[in-house]
Design a protein around this ligand. Structure first.
Ligand code: GCO
Ligand code: MG
Length: 402
């Protein structure tokens, strides 16, 4: 079998998605997600200019060799643009491999370790009462695990607490929105939120929270400690994870489970946190961590160290990434949970898919390959629009972590 062509599509059915489609001389095709939110054209150009020309004529079944060719062979290793591009190709090649084997992808990985995949979704409100109601609403939709975020008095726009729309963000001039942050205002608010959620909805529902990298280690330690009575499933991204030593301090002070890694690109980003058992869940995901070839290694490595998986699955990764994740989730012996924040009908119209949601659990489906397709005609109706993630400043103007 030979790769005859590779096309890269950038489409915006509500937000931008980068899709790679690999064509073969035997008529089989595969698709992969290469979306990098706010930097989509960088990944697309990297693919078109530097990756695609090297792959025409190669055997698509040699996905391991192609992965290393693109990783080691570039000399410039790692980084979000490179790894999203590699992920797009790698996911498409696994799709082809599974189609050639006439199997759903999870069977090739080793088969199902469970019958269904626990997922968590988002609930938010500007006021605590609104967030409590939003959790109730999600419970009535069947969710067994819910990430709760709340607005902070005195701060106009806080991560994860807007109206929950899934569209691209930008200010009126089409540039990044600027938000304002105060950890002093945030820290006392979050335990209040979870106290009220537990009082209203009981002990059974799994609750999660995302601090979006805004704290220092000692602030994170205090938050973890203050949240202990509410038994969170996890507290996510407390501090930026470039300096992983910081997690030791957090770990020494709290039994609240910790999750991190949605921005990680390789197993090297995870190494210290996993080896030292400084986290409980690793958030690496197919599109940002180099595709199934690389993600399954991270998952296995985590399993050795009591770390479970919790793949990033916000709506800025395409339904193809979610589909590929779900196959890995169904297989991984140390699976923990899968994020699923949902997609609009418009987004789903571009990505026909075999995965399904029922009563708080997902399943990748039994279609051959990873089970997600790409409708070129539907995509063509939604041209790329420049968009950015917001930036964040402290009240005195200091640029902070968004
Ligand atoms: C999450 C994430 C997202 C990210 C987004 C950035 O936990 O789902 O934090 O909300 O902010 O994916 O592109
Ligand atoms: Mg997050």
């Amino acid at each position: 079998m030979k790769i005859t062509d590779i096309k890269v599509f950038v489409t915006c059915p509500g937000r931008n998605f980068v899709t790679v489609k690999v064509y073969t001389d035997e008529g089989l095709t595969g698709v992969g997600d290469a979306t990098l939110n706010g930097r989509e054209l960088a990944a697309a150009a990297y693919l078109e200019e530097h990756v695609v020309p090297c792959l025409i004529g190669r055997d698509p079944r040699m996905s391991e060799d192609i992965w290393h060719y693109l990783y080691r062979g570039a000399y410039w290793r790692r980084g979000p643009v490179t790894m999203a591009a590699i992920a797009g190709i790698d996911t498409a090649l696994w799709d082809i491999k599974a189609k050639a084997a006439n199997m759903p992808l999870y069977q090739l990985l080793g088969g199902a370790s469970r019958t269904k995949v626990l997922c968590y979704t988002h609930a938010q409100g500007r006021e605590i009462g609104e967030a409590v109601d939003a959790v109730g609403e999600r419970m009535s939709q069947g969710y067994k695990a819910i990430r709760a975020q709340v607005g902070i008095p005195g701060l106009p726009d806080v991560y994860g607490t807007g109206d929950g729309t899934l569209t691209n963000t930008a200010d009126d001039a089409g540039l990044p929105k600027e938000e304002v942050w105060s950890t002093t205002k945030y820290l006392p608010r979050i335990p209040q939120l979870f106290e009220e959620i537990r009082a209203a909805h009981g002990d059974e529902i799994h609750l999660l929270h995302d601090a979006h990298h805004r704290l220092t280690p000692i602030e994170a330690a205090r938050l973890g400690k203050d949240l202990e009575p509410f038994r969170l499933f996890w507290l996510e991204d407390t501090v930026p994870a470039e300096n992983q030593d910081g997690f030791r301090l957090i770990r020494q002070h709290t039994t609240t489970p910790l999750a991190v890694g949605e921005v990680f690109n390789t197993i090297w980003d995870c190494k210290q946190l996993i080896e030292e058992q400084l986290i409980d869940y690793i958030r690496a995901t197919c599109v940002h961590a180099g595709g199934p070839t690389a993600l399954r290694r991270i998952m296995d490595f985590a399993g050795l160290h009591h770390v479970r998986t919790g793949c990033h699955g916000a709506a800025d990764m395409s339904p193809i990434c979610l589909g590929a994740n779900l196959h890995l989730d169904l297989w991984a012996p140390n699976f923990g949970i899968q994020e699923y924040s949902g997609y609009s009908e418009e987004m789903l119209s571009v990505f026909p898919h075999a995965w399904s949601f029922e009563d708080g659990y997902m399943h990748p489906g039994e279609a051959v390959g990873h089970g997600v397709d790409f409708d070129e005609e539907a995509a063509a109706k939604h041209p790329y629009k420049r968009a950015y993630l917001p930036v964040n400043r402290l009240e005195d103007g200091t640029l902070w972590h968004w």
